[in-house]
Design a protein around this ligand. Structure first.
Ligand code: ATP
Ligand code: AMP
Ligand code: MG
Length: 193
């Protein structure tokens, strides 16, 4: 089984963008890296019960919890035959009931990550990226709320680190800097292999 690295960050910070750069870098360097998006797996398991990925977090919490558990089981099995399995996901989800952990103890136990990554960008950048990204139905929140989300993500990351014993690497993804952020991640992968 390959090592698991969990990559998180608040919505619109650029996780998926950075990870697509990482896939290119990894294949150039002959590393067997597989990237799995947790939300995509949840959508597949929902089998049409949710119209699009940005509606999952609006569903009743019990429904989300079941999907989360099933997705974690499925993803844990995907580490076979690769050097590193990267999971593109969230420290918390903004649900109707408040901030809900993307990585509660049971999920962390299934994934057993070797490293936790928190992708960050400035409050202003994140707010702009959310406003400009027309491919998604993003929650538009005030800059003050984005600031709170960035703070909350570090708190959730602390909890995950203590539960798993895995370190937390904070990677900045400034404007135009997705490739550099991916290079920083490649160095982390080299270290854990
Ligand atoms: P979500 O959690 O909602 O899936 P995400 O963290 O995966 O969000 P992306 O979809 O990768 O975020 O990026 C959000 C938007 O920001 C996209 O329009 C993307 O092109 C843009 N973006 C990402 N990284 C950068 C960057 N370094 N510079 C400029 N724009 C960026
Ligand atoms: P994303 O494309 O990363 O924004 O993921 C789409 C949606 O999937 C998120 O808005 C959440 O509703 C859901 N999701 C992703 N990761 C998790 C997780 N670890 N736990 C629960 N829900 C998740
Ligand atoms: Mg994404």
């Amino acid at each position: 089984m390959g090592k698991v690295v969990v990559v998180t960050g608040i919505p619109g910070v650029g996780k998926t963008t950075v990870l697509s750069e990482l896939e290119k870098l990894a294949s150039e360097r002959g590393m067997r890296v597989k990237v799995v998006n947790f939300g995509t797996v949840m959508m597949e398991l929902a089998k049409g019960a949710v119209p699009d990925r940005d509606q999952i977090r609006k569903m009743p919490l019990d429904f989300q919890r079941k999907l989360q558990r099933k997705a974690a089981d499925k993803i844990a099995g995907e580490a076979e035959g690769v050097d590193v399995l990267i999971v593109d996901t969230h420290m918390f989800i903004r649900t109707r009931n408040g901030f809900w952990p993307g990585l509660p103890a049971g999920v962390l136990e299934k994934l057993s990550p070797s490293a936790l990554v928190l992708v960050e960008a400035s409050v202003k950048e994140v707010a702009e990226r959310r406003a400009q990204d027309k491919t998604r139905s993003r929650d538009m929140v005030l800059e003050e709320e984005v600031k709170l989300e960035l703070q909350a993500s570090r708190s959730f990351a602390t909890a995950c680190s203590v539960l798993t014993g895995a370190p937390v690497k904070i990677v900045q993804n400034p404007a135009g800097g997705a490739r550099e952020a991916a290079e920083e991640l490649i160095n982390l992968l080299r270290d854990i292999l």
